[in-house]
Ligand binder design. Sequence first.
Ligand code: GTP
Ligand code: MG
Length: 193
Amino acid sequence: MCPDPTLPEVALIGRSNVGKSSLINALLQTKAAAKISSTPGKTQVINHFLINSAWYMVDLPGYGYAKVSQTERVKWEKMVKNYLMNRANLMGLLLLVDSRIPPQKSDLEFAAFAGKNQLPLYIVFTKADKQSVAKTKHTVAAFSTELLKDWEELPPMVISSAISGLGRDEIFAKMEEALNAFVPIPEEKKWQP
Ligand code: GTP
Ligand code: MG
């Protein structure tokens, strides 16, 4: 069972191996937290982590497995989108993108979905420790260019490393801001699949 949506929640999404679980561990290093529940589906799991008794962070299953069947892909999409559209307490949605690679179709598609549905999207570029600052900036610029084909304004972006802790304070600061401004979406605006 997922916890009742009594506290605001920040969901992490991104391609498999992008560093979602690592980012959670990095964020929790200096913050008291506990894994409070897990929801096993047939092949997927949603994990909730309590942060500072004030909000949850949610580790959603990754997408973009090369070998996953079309049926699995559709199932994943339905499950995750249904989850995101129906969580009244969703105060942030962090889309994790690998800072070392050019914009990927699946990431851009997910960003488009979030934009279209007015979800509170943030982009987090991961693994910045693995390359030069210039290369990371190049990736951020390329991703921004792609987003601006659809978006009038860019969502907030953070460059991070689970190894060095880069971006951790910035993510916490942005989530604190979101927490202060958070208003749950009303029942009638919830999406039904
Ligand atoms: P799934 O659960 O399969 O969707 O993957 P995930 O997104 O949770 O990725 P995970 O955190 O398991 O990380 C995948 C691999 O990338 C691991 O080997 C991590 O050690 C490595 N990794 C993650 N973040 C970083 C980072 O910031 N820097 C470096 N150098 N390696 C990282
Ligand atoms: Mg993971």
